[in-house]
Design a protein around this ligand. Structure first.
Ligand code: ADP
Length: 309
C-alpha cells in the first residue's frame, strides 16, 4: 500500500521547561532546578505522531529567525517530515511555551505564539497543491482562525479529508465546524464548546449531540483513560481505552490524532481509525514527555493485535 499523505497546518513551539521547588507568586523570584528545551506545539506534535504512525507528512507553519526556529525545523527533518512550507520569519521570535513545574507536578505555562500568529491566508493559498495532494488535512487552533478556515476550504474543494482538533478551545462559527469531516476535541475542549462536561458515556453522547447541533458532521471525543466516543453516520460508537500502565498522559491526544488521521487516510472505517487513535494514545501515556512518547507504527500495530484487557 502506498504511504498515506497527511498535511498538517499548525503550530511549532519550543517548550522551555524548568523544575522549581515552588511556583513563583506574583513579584517573587524562585531559584529553579534543571532546565531543558523540548520541541512541541500541537501542530508539530501531531505531524510527528502521523509520521511515526506511517504517513508521508507535509507540515505548513511558521517559525522565527532564532535558534529555536532552526531546532524546530531540524526536528521535523529528523522525522522525515517535509517542511519546505515551515516559513522562517525575519525579526520575529519562534513560538515558545514557558513552563515551570513544581515537585507535585503542578505547573504554570505561558505560551508566546510568536511566528505561529503570523501565518497568512495567502500562504495557505500557496500551499493549496500540498493540501490537494494529501489524503487528509489535520488542523488545530494554535494558528489564526482565518488560516484554518481557508485551509479547510482548499481541502474540501480537493476532496481531502479534514480533521479538526479544536484545541485550545475557542468559540467556533458553524461554518468552521461544518467544514471538518471529523471534529476531535478532548473532554475540556468539548465542555468549552458545548457547556457539557463528559463524565461518563451518556454525558459524552449529550456533548456530542450539542456539537452536531452546532454544525459538526462527525465527532470523536477523547475521554482520557476511558477511551473515546465516535459519532459518525448518525451512530454512536464507544471505543474503550487500551489497558496500559499509564505514566504521563502528555501528548496522548496528539498521538491519538496522528494515528486516527493515518488510519482514515489509509481508507480504514472511522471506528477502526478510532481504535488506532486509542492504541496510539494509550502508548503515549506509558512514556513521559510529549514528542518522545509518540509511538511508532510498529508499536501501534502490535497493541492493536494484542488481546483486549
Ligand atoms: P488529551 O491529551 O488531549 O487530553 P486524552 O487525555 O483524552 O487527550 O487522551 C487521548 C486518548 O489517549 C484517549 O482517548 C485514550 O484513548 C488514550 N489515553 C489517554 N490516557 C490513557 C490512559 N491512561 N490509558 C489508556 N489510554 C489512554
Amino acid at each position: 500500500m502506498p504511504q498515506p499523505r497527511i498535511c498538517v497546518i499548525g503550530s511549532l513551539n519550543m517548550d522551555l521547561v524548568v523544575q522549581a521547588p515552588t511556583l513563583p507568586a506574583p513579584g517573587q523570584t524562585v531559584l529553579g532546578g534543571p532546565f531543558a528545551t523540548f520541541p512541541g506545539g500541537k501542530g508539530a506534535n501531531q505531524a510527528v505522531a502521523a509520521a511515526r504512525a506511517g504517513a508521508d507528512v507535509h507540515m505548513v507553519g511558521a517559525v522565527g529567525d532564532d535558534g529555536y526556529g532552526e531546532a524546530l525545523r531540524a526536528g521535523l527533518a529528523r522525522e522525515r517530515i517535509e517542511h519546505a512550507k515551515v516559513l522562517r520569519r525575519d525579526g520575529v521570535s519562534s513560538g515558545v511555551a514557558l513552563i515551570a513545574v513544581a515537585p507535585d507536578g503542578q505547573n504554570t505555562i505561558i505560551v508566546a505564539p510568536g511566528a505561529n500568529a503570523s501565518l497568512m491566508v495567502e500562504e495557505i493559498d500557496r500551499a493549496s497543491g500540498i493540501i490537494a495532494e494529501a489524503d487528509a488535512l489535520l488542523l488545530q487552533l494554535e494558528v489564526p482562525l482565518p488560516v484554518i478556515a481557508r485551509a479547510a476550504n482548499h481541502a474540501r474543494q480537493a476532496s481531502t479529508l479534514v480533521i479538526l482538533n479544536p484545541a485550545p478551545a475557542q468559540p467556533l462559527p458553524r461554518e468552521m465546524l461544518a467544514a471538518a469531516d471529523f471534529v476531535v476535541p478532548n473532554e475540556t475542549e468539548v465542555a468549552a464548546l458545548t457547556g457539557v462536561l463528559p463524565v461518563d458515556w451518556s454525558s459524552a453522547e449529550v456533548a456530542v449531540q450539542r456539537l452536531v447541533e452546532a454544525g459538526a458532521r462527525s465527532v470523536l471525543v477523547t475521554l482520557g483513560s476511558r477511551g473515546a466516543l465516535l459519532w459518525h453516520n448518525g451512530q454512536a460508537h464507544q471505543q474503550p481505552a487500551f489497558n496500559v500502565r499509564a505514566l504521563d498522559a502528555t501528548a496522548a491526544g496528539d498521538a491519538f490524532l496522528g494515528a486516527f488521521a493515518v488510519a482514515l487516510a489509509e481508507g480504514q472505517p472511522a471506528a477502526e481509525a478510532a481504535r488506532w487513535g486509542a492504541a496510539a494514545g494509550a502508548l503515549a501515556a506509558t512514556v513521559t514527555g510529549a514528542q518522545p512518547s509518540l509511538p511508532s507504527r510498529e508499536k501501534i500495530l502490535s497493541l492493536l493485535a494484542s488481546p483486549p484487557g
